[in-house]
Design a protein around this ligand. Sequence first.
Ligand SMILES: Nc1nc2c(c(=O)[nH]1)N[C@@H](CN(C=O)c1ccc(C(=O)N[C@@H](CCC(=O)O)C(=O)O)cc1)CN2
Length: 322
Amino acid sequence: MFFPWEKPRREQETGNLLADTRIRAPFHRLMTLISGTAVAEKVLEECRRDIAELAKLGKKPGLAVVLVGDDPASRAYVRSKDKKCRDLGLHSVKLELPAETTQEELLAHVETLNRDPAIHGILVQSPPPKHIDEAAIVRAIDPAKDVDGFHPINVAKLALEDSSGFVPCTPLGCQRLLVDAGIETKGANVVVVGRSMIVGKPMALLLMAKGVGGDATVTVAHSRTKDLPAICRQADIIVAAIGRPEFIKAEHVKEGAVVIDVGINRVEAPGTEKGYKLVGDVAFAEVAPKCRAITPVPGGVGPMTIAMLMANTIKACQQAGA
Ligand SMILES: Nc1nc2c(c(=O)[nH]1)N[C@@H](CN(C=O)c1ccc(C(=O)N[C@@H](CCC(=O)O)C(=O)O)cc1)CN2
């Protein structure tokens, strides 16, 4: 498996490809639509190769996904993770617990999974119900099985550039999209909009780290940032992870910038079959014509999150003792 923030094993794997759609934007410049669906498929192909190697050693990676409550979006993501595991031939445990599950009961489940040798990766789908102390649950997961990369040990390893740790799947996927699209991060001015533990902070650390997909000059902006449009207009690359539908407008983006849209927001769409549609944190229609490259929603960062989870689970199995 090729994790961009580690040294690339084969230089050609970082080539400029899979930016599969090129659209002629105004000013006769070509704009690249970076397809997360296509890059995710490439990552999954690498996973298949690694799984075959592990099988020769009699090892099969196993992932346990725990869902507490019945949030429909979370349920759908958990189903996708379970399905992706099964498609790849991984061992998959899907634990669906009622919304009333107590903190102690959830901790007991995590402990059982920590001790299970067939399970190499554990995650609790976020967000859990309000009465659950999510940070305490994350700290209870064995860091060697923390494939979400949320445990303090893994956060520290990322900051220390220790590649034995696990990096959260969404920022890892964003970095891989940049590398695969041939977008140079070395020396680039990157503005990450959003300071969450799941995306903003680890994204900034990854982009700052030395090596492929890193070496960038990073600014982290957030809800208290003054004159956000002016800050964003300095950026060669913008990573939008604010969680507000279509928040980043044309005025935030300089001509020729690269925009990675992490947002997945359900907005009402009366008359459609589902009654909602998905939009990102970027106002795509007005921003895309200014960009050198941009990710769509859906089909951008989202599919990468699940592909990188599979990669992290394989890495956990590779690193596990015999
Ligand atoms: N424990 C975790 N919880 C959450 C994480 C996470 O990484 N770990 N991330 C998100 C949700 N998420 C995975 O859990 C996730 C979100 C979206 C997608 C995705 O593929 N989206 C598609 C659209 C899917 C749709 O139709 O709804 C896309 O963008 O193309 C995958 C995973 C919060 N919780």
